[in-house]
Structures are given as structure tokens and as C-alpha cells.
Design a protein around this ligand. Structure first.
Ligand code: G3H
Ligand code: 13P
Ligand code: ZN
Length: 323
């Protein structure tokens, strides 16, 4: 029972009025950290792998590590999700046994250039047909999320790329997707905002507007790391050089959850947690060299951030909803 589809998870999250974090994984420790956080908080889980993660770890390694997690934690409802896939990546993920894929047709095949609307509709429809035939859920994206998608980190001043609510209605009708990632001014990576974002920058009204028109479509927020100031301070205290930056405030995400956001993607925050732990460990223990010690510290920090997000998004306590 451990493996479930994104559709099943988000349908239930909509009934319960909560959101679920989509946490990126690249290696064993990150997977262990997320599963332990889920156990600690009694949460359902979305483990998501980008194309870069699959390349880094090798498809087979990553898939079997995630499957090992479902064997070890059979009581935790778990979605295996492809993050930001091309058509090819989505199809191979379906063939491998993922239970959900994100087709990112907002960009052309190069993964960089914003695509025409028709291209996005067509490629999404192809992936929906392929995935749904095998019982796999599909997330798609409309509009452009900054950072990896514009090459420049457009958290601020991203207006041209925001999701158009009318187009969102048409897109969902034409493609039949299970979940829709919307662009509301967030961006991927650590450099999102040069100060705590206000309503002019992070356009939560778009979410409210889109949800009003598409009340049955699960909305997804990408680029939703909160970039904790204490992790930045710790990294810099121990030799890091990250410039001042702010992420997406948790209260804005919670507002989104009240208006149809069901999946919240977080990668940068766990990267920061891992880096903070390892930097601190190396400075405090220059004599040590056993990777299990510093990777173990990194895993604990990663778990802590994920458990915090699970509580904040409301998925905590809902691990038993899927029996
Ligand atoms: O959407 C971006 C995620 O943070 C994954 O990043 O492509 O470097 O694995 P990545
Ligand atoms: P962050 O870079 O804000 O963690 O966003 C991750 C993401 O959207 C993965 O798809
Ligand atoms: Zn993303």
C-alpha cells in the first residue's frame, strides 16, 4: 500500500484542506531524512527526482533507493514523482514505475526557452495519454517559474511570466492534467527576493483567482523554499559566502493552501540544511574524516527542515488517511 499516485494523495489533501511538500531527492540520505520526517510527523510523502537527480545518482540507483524506502516504511503513503520532466523523461519515469510525472511543457526541449502555448498543450496531452493509460498521475505547468526557467532568477519583476487564469481554465480542459503548477512570482534556487517579499512581488491573488475558476484542479507551488535566515547565518558563520536573500514566507504558502494549493515544492531549503550541517561539522571537528559522521549530521538537519515543513503545510497527522 505504500506506493500511491499523486492524484490519490492530492484528492485526499483537498478533502482534508491541507498541502503536501514535494521534496527533491538525489541520494540515500535525503530519502532517509524525508521518510524519517514523515514517520516523526505521521505524514504522507512525495519523493521527487529531477532529470539532474536521475543523471547524478543513475536512474536505477535512485529508483531502487526510493523503492527501498517504500519497503522499509510500508505504512507511509508515498508518491514517486518526476520533477520538471521532458516528454522523454516522463515516459521513462512511467516505464520505470514512478506513480506521478511532471511534464514541464512551459519550456522547449532545451529546458530553457519559454515555449508557445500550443507546444505546451500538445506535449502535455501526449504525456497525459501515456501516463494515464498506465495509471500514473500528471502535473503540468503554465507560465514560467523563475530561476532555472529563465536563466536569471526572476523572483522579482516576473510579471510577464505569470499564469493567466483564463488560459489556465482552457489548458486544464484541453489536457486533462491532475495538477497544475502555476507561476505567481516564485523562482527556483536560493536567490529569490532581495527583501521579505510583499504582495506586489509574490502574486498570491493569482492563486485565488485561478482556484475560483478551477476549484477541482490541484494547484502546485514551485520555488517554494523559505530560505531560513538561521541556515544562511550558519553557513556563512562556518565559511560559506551566500549573499543576503529571502525566500517564500510560510504564511504565504499557508494562504495558498487555503485557496487550492495542494503540492509545495521544496529543494533549496534541504540543500541549505545539508550544507549548514556539513560546514559546521568540518569546522568544529577538523580531525574527523568518517563520512558517516558528517553525512549523518546532514541527514538530521535535512529531516528537521522537512518535518517543520510537513507540520506547516498541514500534512502532519494525515499518514493514515489512505487505508
Ligand atoms: O526545480 C528544480 C529543483 O530544485 C531541482 O533542481 O535540476 O538541480 O536537480 P536540479
Ligand atoms: P526551491 O528551489 O525553492 O526549493 O524550489 C524547488 C522546486 O520548485 C522543485 O521543482
Ligand atoms: Zn520546480
Amino acid at each position: 500500500m505504500a506506493l500511491i499516485t499523486l492524484r490519490k494523495l492530492l484528492d485526499q489533501a483537498a478533502v482534508g484542506g491541507y498541502g503536501v511538500g514535494g521534496f527533491n531527492v538525489n541520494n540515500m540520505e535525503q530519502i532517509q531524512a524525508i521518510m524519517e520526517a514523515a514517520k516523526e510527523t505521521n505524514s504522507p510523502v512525495i519523493l521527487q527526482a529531477s532529470r539532474g537527480a536521475r543523471k547524478y545518482a543513475n536512474d536505477r540507483f535512485l529508483y531502487h533507493l526510493m523503492m527501498a524506502a517504500t519497503e522499509i516504511y510500508p505504512e507511509i503513503p508515498t508518491v514517486l514523482h518526476q520533477d520538471h520532466g521532458s516528454k522523454e523523461a516522463c515516459m521513462s519515469a512511467v516505464d520505470m514505475g514512478f506513480t506521478s510525472v511532471m511534464i514541464d511543457g512551459s519550456l522547449l526541449e532545451d529546458g530553457k526557452t519559454p515555449s508557445p502555448y500550443e507546444y505546451n498543450v500538445n506535449v502535455t496531452k501526449e504525456v497525459v495519454a501515456y501516463a494515464h493509460a498506465k495509471g500514473v498521475s500528471v502535473e503540468a505547468e503554465l507560465g514560467c517559474i523563475g530561476g532555472i526557467e529563465d536563466g536569471a532568477g526572476i523572483g522579482e519583476g516576473a510579471n510577464n511570466f505569470l499564469t493567466d487564469p483564463d488560459q489556465a481554465v482552457e489548458f486544464v480542459k484541453e489536457t486533462g492534467v491532475d495538477a497544475l503548477a502555476v507561476a505567481i512570482g516564485t523562482s527556483h534556487g536560493v536567490y529569490k527576493f532581495s527583501k521579505k517579499p510583499d504582495h506586489g512581488v509574490l502574486v498570491m491573488e493569482r492563486i485565488i483567482e485561478i482556484h475560483k475558476r478551477l476549484p477541482d484542479t490541484h494547484l502546485v507551488m514551485h520555488g517554494s523554499s523559505s530560505v531560513p535566515q538561521e541556515l544562511l547565518a550558519m553557513i556563512n558563520q562556518y565559511g560559506g559566502q551566500i549573499k543576503p536573500t529571502w525566500g517564500v514566507p510560510i504564511e504565504e504558502i499557508q494562504l495558498g493552501i487555503q485557496h487550492g494549493v495542494r503540492k509545495i515544492n521544496v529543494d533549496t531549503d534541504t540543500r541549505l540544511a545539508i550544507t549548514a550541517a556539513i560546514r559546521k561539522f568540518f569546522i568544529e571537528h577538523p580531525e574527523k574524516f568518517d563520512p558517516r559522521e558528517y553525512m549523518g549530521e546532514a541527514r538530521s538537519f535535512n529531516q528537521q527542515v522537512v518535518a517543520d515543513r510537513m507540520r506547516a503545510f498541514g500534512q502532519a497527522g494525515h499518514g493514515g488517511d489512505f487505508k
